[in-house]
Write a protein that binds this ligand. Structure first.
Ligand SMILES: NC(=O)c1ccc[n+]([C@@H]2O[C@H](COP(=O)([O-])OP(=O)(O)OC[C@H]3O[C@@H](n4cnc5c(N)ncnc54)[C@H](OP(=O)(O)O)[C@@H]3O)[C@@H](O)[C@H]2O)c1
Length: 303
């Protein structure tokens, strides 16, 4: 039988992966975020003519290298090469032009010239951390990314904070929910062919009913999708935000995803009737939890 995880079991998995197999949350998060990025690239590839073959996701997180293959959408390297003794070569001049263009695009977050983009809404827990990892991989693959922090930066801690710092380091544009309307107007003026929205606001740590600013972000995602049919695709990380990991939909509002990538195994809340309208296509992703651990946790009702 395919395993299904309660919230308690999902938490136990994290803990036991570290205690019994030495697999830290950072590794699981890296794998989860990378799978989200891979799905975005696949969705863009299918729908915007972007070849997934060219979009190689590196095995290890690395700073985008300067020089050959660099896109106008990638950030400039932080440590430029040492100054040359003779006059600048053509490639150096060209690279500078590229960087200038790059900063112009980043300065106003314009969609002009981009036929595809990703907006990633990240909460301050580990679900948000998954989204931040995805942002890094997408940026490395030259997909224009904007990260929206759902909550103040001060709320981020642990692995989610570590991921936020990496995203800041490579200068991915980071916005707050208060910036959303400005970007939304820009989107309406210069829409890309395709916008993928990653919902990494609330995962299995969500309980009760969504409070602001998470509630605002959930509504913003649903409005984007409703107002731009065919242009906006919503991808949920682990579970659409607003669904309870054990009970499914409760009563306020939840993200209406087109695809949900759930990590390790479906969460119980995804299997109940009330959740079905919010999940879209459900895909289970292996994030490196050993099979025997997954089996032992799902067989053990008390874990
Ligand atoms: N199991 C695995 O194998 C694995 C591995 C890697 C990553 N992950 C990811 O980690 C996630 C779980 O991470 P997590 O335990 O840190 O929890 P989380 O799902 O990220 O949720 C925690 C966050 O949700 C907020 N929150 C909770 N209830 C809320 C409400 N009613 N309204 C608004 N905000 C609310 C919390 O804020 P407050 O503190 O203010 O309440 C906190 O910021 C999974 O869903 C998955 O995406 C899982």
């Amino acid at each position: 039988m395919n395993p299904i995880l309660t919230v308690e079991q999902a938490k136990a998995l994290d803990r036991l992966a570290l205690e019994e197999y030495g697999i830290p949350v950072s590794t699981l998060m890296e794998n989860a975020g990378r799978s989200l990025a891979g799905k975005v690239i696949e969705l863009l590839g299918k729908q915007a003519g972007f070849s997934t073959e060219r979009a190689v996701i590196p095995a290890k997180p690395a700073r985008p290298a300067g020089g050959a293959g660099m896109s106008i959408l990638a950030s400039p390297p932080r440590n430029p090469s040492p100054p040359r003794k003779r006059g600048p070569r053509f490639s150096t001049i060209f690279r500078k032009m590229v960087y200038n263009l790059d900063s112009r695009f980043r300065g106003n977050d314009s969609f002009r010239g981009n036929d595809r983009a990703a907006w990633i809404f990240c909460g301050s827990g580990n679900n948000g951390g998954d989204g931040l990892v995805a942002a890094r991989f997408l940026h490395q693959n030259n997909i224009p990314v904007v990260v929206f922090l759902v909550g103040s930066k001060e709320k981020f801690k642990g692995e989610a904070l570590a991921q936020l710092q990496k995203v800041e380091e490579i200068q991915i544009p980071i916005k707050l929910m208060s910036d959303f309307e400005t970007l939304n107007k820009e989107f309406k003026l210069h829409p890309p062919q395709k916008l993928i929205v990653i919902d990494a606001i609330l995962g299995t740590g969500f309980h009760g009913e969504p409070r602001p600013p998470a509630l605002l972000a959930i509504k913003a995602i649903n409005d984007l999708k409703k107002n731009h049919p065919g242009k906006v695709t919503v991808l949920a990380a682990d579970i659409p935000s607003g669904l309870n990991g054990d009970e499914g939909f409760t009563e306020t509002e939840a993200v209406r995803a087109d695809t949900t990538l759930t990590f390790a195994a479906p969460k119980q809340g995804l299997t109940v009737n009330s959740a079905q309208a919010y999940i879209g296509n459900l895909e289970v992703v292996d994030i490196g939890i050993p099979t025997e651990l997954l089996q032992s946790v799902t067989n053990n009702k008390s874990s």
